[in-house]
Design a protein around this ligand. Sequence first.
Ligand SMILES: NC(=O)c1ccc[n+]([C@@H]2O[C@H](COP(=O)([O-])OP(=O)(O)OC[C@H]3O[C@@H](n4cnc5c(N)ncnc54)[C@H](OP(=O)(O)O)[C@@H]3O)[C@@H](O)[C@H]2O)c1
Length: 255
Amino acid sequence: MEIKGKTILITGGTTGIGLEAARQFLSNGAKVIVTGRNQEKLDEVKKLYPALVTIKSDVANADDARSLFDQVKTLGGIDILYNNAGIMSGPSNLGLANAKHFELAKNEMDVNYLGIVNLNNTFIEMLKARKEAAIINTTSTVSYVPLNLAPTYSASKAALRFYTTALRDHLEILGSNVKVFELAPPVVDTNMSANLDRKGITPEKLVNALIVGIRKDQSTIHVGDTRFVYVLHRLFPALTYRLVNPAQNRHKLNT
Ligand SMILES: NC(=O)c1ccc[n+]([C@@H]2O[C@H](COP(=O)([O-])OP(=O)(O)OC[C@H]3O[C@@H](n4cnc5c(N)ncnc54)[C@H](OP(=O)(O)O)[C@@H]3O)[C@@H](O)[C@H]2O)c1
């Protein structure tokens, strides 16, 4: 798929992977719209990259999704919907069997899964009407093997991976022009991974791989360790679980 000349909407484009994606898609000749919940952060990224369009919008809020659609339509529509925004609770918010965990878990599912389903539903007819269009959903290594420090986050990414595969098939059966990409990152050095004590790859490296994958129409874009984890967990699930969840996680869960 060609990127130059396309208009892309990146949810959660004010920090981390989304901000780097905005930078790289702009430099590859795309028009870029980014969202986020915080107006100050949106103003900062607009100052950094004046060509960006910024819209305040919460992925988990259905009214925001409708208003986002209306604003995007006024701007001429989009060719690519890149579902990047995501949240991970913990590890300090753990404790699986309590009300606090339930609230956090509900929010994680709303942002990381249901919000994405809602945005895809909201934008699908707009995308179908374009000559060449795509949805990009962001899963993770933990969609194959759960991280014991982030139980619902892992579950939300597993749900998203299953949904993404089925959505791709469904759209193909309907003869739709909308491609569905799954971006499966390993640990990436951003605010989200700061508490994990794991060295990740840079957002720049991840987004480079995403752009190569899109250009090659590679439906699942495994980056870095993700391919290794994917293959290993099919052969040796218990070993892979221990590799993803080293002894220091047990220590964290005990304190
Ligand atoms: N970092 C990793 O190791 C890693 C690994 C695998 C997958 N991923 C996935 O990659 C994606 C990006 O992660 P990241 O590491 O770049 O995270 P990040 O640095 O925490 O950035 C998250 C972005 O999403 C926005 N956001 C959060 N909740 C939102 C909501 N409800 N509505 C709209 N925007 C929202 C944030 O801005 P506001 O808070 O201002 O709204 C921010 O711009 C996520 O889906 C994450 O699960 C990350």
